[in-house]
Write a protein that binds this ligand. Structure first.
Ligand SMILES: Cc1cc2nc3c(=O)[nH]c(=O)nc-3n(C[C@H](O)[C@H](O)[C@H](O)COP(=O)(O)OP(=O)(O)OC[C@H]3O[C@@H](n4cnc5c(N)ncnc54)[C@H](O)[C@@H]3O)c2cc1C
Length: 362
């Protein structure tokens, strides 16, 4: 384990923004996590746990403490079977399932690719998302009709408060839209070291998302249900068209993905928004009496179009929800743009958008 001093953080983030960490270490095992966190505690240092840096905005002044980068690697596979009842026929059956026990520092997209190659269903719509496996339970990563919450069997983590390892079932993780105990009630308390996912061998792909269904329609007519590989390939292609896939040399993907969460509002708020807008707001059900509105739509209606720029920060030319570093942007510029957008959305619709990326060192 090598403690480094004044290590620039920008290269460890997809935004490519951020000053130095006072101290920086990469932990490759659970023992190194124990040692590094004890080292920080003895010195009274603040601790920040970094995965792939794809959902963070680091301050220009950096982070005055220890940044612990999670570097644990390894994937272990176990077979299991589970009884199920087919919802349409009520017939009972038995599905072969596979539990993947994945170390937190593994690359998420590489892992998803492997499960698709293994013909295991459950994560195929989450292809092309950057970051580490350990980052996925933190904000319950989701896209194109899937969320990790529905595949996670167990999360193993180091409890910084009790200084011991603990294991949580999915139910104990408190998953909701872009939310878990790890980014809400227990924020900063746990370091995820391993995540177990339960996937179905030979299972059907999840085809819930309208945009995905449309993109797959041509394949489906050519012969039955699309394969998991076809679905993940289409997801990647759609992501790429929006600058939501990390592609070497593509400036539009220098971002943290979606910068704002889609707000969940009441039916009354939707009626209020419709009354002050020329167009009917698109909406998705989000539980009893609640509706999820696309933040991208609200931002566009508030006057911000793709490609809008404020200094070296900008709205992605390919996706209104992503703020991008157009080249040499500072964290201050990104936050100024975010504030400008939020003020416009709030004054037009009375809704305050919530940021998705985690702010580090502010
Ligand atoms: C181009 C692009 C597209 C994206 N698309 C999506 C998308 O479709 N859906 C989606 O949900 N997200 C998306 N994201 C956001 C991001 O990829 C995910 O949130 C990802 O899971 C973050 O993982 P990470 O390892 O990079 O975490 P980091 O960015 O390093 O950290 C994010 C937060 O998680 C914490 N954390 C990370 N690892 C651990 C750990 N092992 N233990 C405890 N805490 C930890 C950090 O402390 C921090 O609070 C996108 C980002 C980009 C750049």
């Amino acid at each position: 384990m090598r403690m480094e001093e004044n290590k620039l953080l920008a290269p460890f983030t997809t935004f490519g923004i951020g000053g130095p960490a006072r101290w920086f270490v990469e932990a490759a095992s659970e023992d190194e996590i124990i040692d590094a966190t004890a080292w920080a505690r003895e010195r009274g240092l603040a601790l920040f746990v970094l995965g792939g840096g794809s959902n963070v905005l680091v301050a220009d002044g950096g982070f005055d403490g220890l940044v612990l980068r999670v570097g644990l690697r390894g994937i272990h596979v176990a077979e299991a079977t589970q009884d199920f009842e087919q919802p349409d026929t009520g017939r009972a059956g038995e599905a072969v399932q596979r539990i993947y026990q994945v170390a937190a520092g593994e690359d998420w997209d590489g892992f998803v690719e492997r499960t698709v190659e293994d013909n295991c269903a459950g994560l195929e719509c989450l292809a092309g998302i950057p970051g580490t496996v350990g980052g996925t339970p933190v904000q319950n990563v989701g896209a194109y009709g899937q969320e990790v919450a529905s595949a996670i069997e167990l999360v193993r983590a180091f409890d910084l408060q009790e200084r011991q390892f603990v294991e949580f079932s999915a139910a104990e993780c408190g998953f909701a839209y872009r939310r878990s105990r790890f980014n809400s009630t227990d924020r900063g308390r746990f370091i995820v070291t391993r995540v177990d996912y339960r996937l179905t061998v030979g299972g059907a792909p999840t085809l819930r998302y309208a945009e995905l269904q449309r993109a797959l329609a041509t394949l489906a007519t050519a012969g039955g249900e699309p394969s998991l590989a076809q679905v993940s390939a289409v997801v990647r292609a759609v992501r790429r068209s929006k600058g939501m896939l990390l592609v070497e040399g593509d400036p539009d993907c220098r971002s943290a993905g979606s910068f704002f969460k889609n707000p969940v509002v009441s039916e009354a708020q939707v009626r209020q928004i419709a009354s002050v807008s020329e167009n009917e707001p698109p909406r998705y059900p989000a539980g009893p009496g609640e509706v999820k509105l696309p933040a991208a739509w609200l931002i566009e209606q508030a006057g911000f179009q793709k490609g809008y720029a404020l200094g070296a920060a900008g709205v992605s030319p390919r996706h209104t929800l992503a703020l991008v570093n157009r080249g040499g942007a500072s964290a201050a510029e990104v936050l100024a743009l975010a504030a400008q957008i939020n003020a416009a959305v709030e004054s037009r619709f009375g809704i305050r958008l919530e940021m998705e990326p985690v702010l580090v060192g502010f």
